[in-house]
Design a protein around this ligand. Structure first.
Ligand SMILES: *Cc1c(COP(=O)(O)O)cnc(C)c1O
Length: 394
């Protein structure tokens, strides 16, 4: 075996180059989702640089895939779990449970039992009923109390469904203390894909006051502040760079007393940009002056986030040509709402042509269905191991 010179081998393959996309589709079929673990690592590091001193817990929900978990663990990161399925996934991968927290505010008893059995200790509660579920577990669990700060500007307001009102926090903390439960601190989620960090800032400022008040009353340890997720990424619409987005948040966090450990639960920011979707044209027709292209992936599949997550993924064909025609991109199912994009100008496409959707890592595959028996797209993870461009998990 002849050793190739080190310089001849790229540090990692850019899996999103057209030739590489075609090669992977030949190997793994279509529709395909290509997850670049190197990009996962890059996103993790960028967020860590933007939030120095904050411990990052990747929330599995947007993309619960083994390669994501391994990339995060490889970076020294932690995990935010919310369901028994997510617990099973990380358990199967041999993750140290001390690196995991469980953050679903409303749990079935078996969800708590499964997480405990795995070895998770930190749970979230936001109401008196939920505290009762831990009544016999006081020596085995620590709680974060989730506070709600409504985020009218966020694309997804995650403080409507969960979290107690700030004015209800102290009464809740008193109940927890009376029940003998250990409260480690507070958590919030400022809403996903927030346009700026003002909601995070407001929530941090409010939490500083609440933690101080709870400590004065000796209602628990209160040495942790969990600032949740919400960090935005570029879709068809661009957002602020993460360093700039986090600048006001860093200023707010600088005012948090030093004894309080700060953690975050990023999901979208880490997973979103790391995956592209590749679909094939399976048929075409000219209708009312537009070219309709029927793809083998659509709104009920990897593009489910168009509906559930309100995301506009930039979609382009691999084929390029200066001549463009008004086109509609439709999904494969027999339902008429299954349309990904309308009134877009595209080159004339043929059956078998590939289309690439960008920023499709978060809330895509995770919420895809198999409606009409169209199977979910295959995920292929590449650049699994840092410095090993050949590593592929099909
Ligand atoms: C969904 C969710 C996250 C991740 O949010 P992003 O906006 O994707 O960063 C984090 N924490 C909790 C509790 C969640 O439900």
């Amino acid at each position: 075996m002849t050793a190739r010179p080190a310089t001849a081998r790229p540090r990692f393959i850019d899996p999103f180059q057209p030739a590489e996309v075609r090669r992977l589709v030949r190997q793994f079929g279509s529709p395909l989702l290509i997850l670049d673990c190197e990009r996962v690592r890059v996103q993790y590091r960028k967020l860590q640089r933007a939030l120095p001193g904050v411990a990052l817990y990747y929330a599995l929900k947007p993309l619960p895939h083994p390669a994501m978990v391994q990339a995060i663990i490889g970076e020294g990161g932690n995990l935010d779990l919310a369901t028994s399925g997510e617990v099973q996934l990380v358990q199967r991968l041999g993750v140290d449970p001390q690196r995991c927290i469980h953050t679903h505010p409303i749990k079935r008893p078996e969800d708590i039992a499964n997480a405990l059995k795995f070895g998770v200790r930190t749970f979230v509660a936001d109401n008196p009923d939920e505290l009762l579920k831990f009544a016999r577990l006081t020596d085995r669990v620590e709680l974060l109390l989730r506070v709600s700060f409504r985020a009218a500007g966020a694309v997804c307001d995650l403080s409507r469904k969960f979290g107690c009102d700030p004015e209800d926090l102290l009464p809740l903390a008193r109940r927890a203390a009376d029940a003998g439960l250990t409260v480690r601190g507070l958590s919030f989620h400022a809403g996903s894909q927030t346009p700026d960090a003002m909601k995070h800032v407001e929530a941090v400022q409010e939490c500083i006051k609440l933690i101080a008040a709870a400590r004065r009353e000796k209602l628990g340890v209160f040495d942790t502040l969990d600032i949740g997720g919400g960090f935005p990424i570029d879709y068809a619409q661009k957002v602020q760079d993460i360093g700039r987005f986090c600048a006001p948040l860093r200023a707010a966090l600088a005012k948090v007393p030093r004894r309080i450990r700060i953690i975050a639960e990023p999901g979208r920011y880490i997973a979103g940009p790391a995956m592209i979707g590749v679909a094939s044209v399976m048929g075409r027709a000219r209708r009312e002056g537009h070219w309709w292209y029927y793809l083998d992936d659509g709104l009920y599949g990897s593009y489910s986030g168009r509906l559930f997550d309100h995301a506009h993924y930039p979609v382009e064909p691999l084929r390029d040509s200066p001549e463009r025609f008004s086109a509609v991109l439709a999904g494969p199912t027999c339902d008429s709402i299954d349309v990904i994009a309308e009134n877009i100008m595209l080159p004339l496409l043929r059956n078998g042509d590939l289309l690439v959707g960008r920023a499709m890592g978060a809330y895509t595959w995770a919420s895809a269905t198999e409606f009409n028996f169209f199977p979910k797209a295959t995920i292929v993870a590449v650049n699994l191991v840092p410095g090993d461009p050949g590593s592929v998990l099909g």
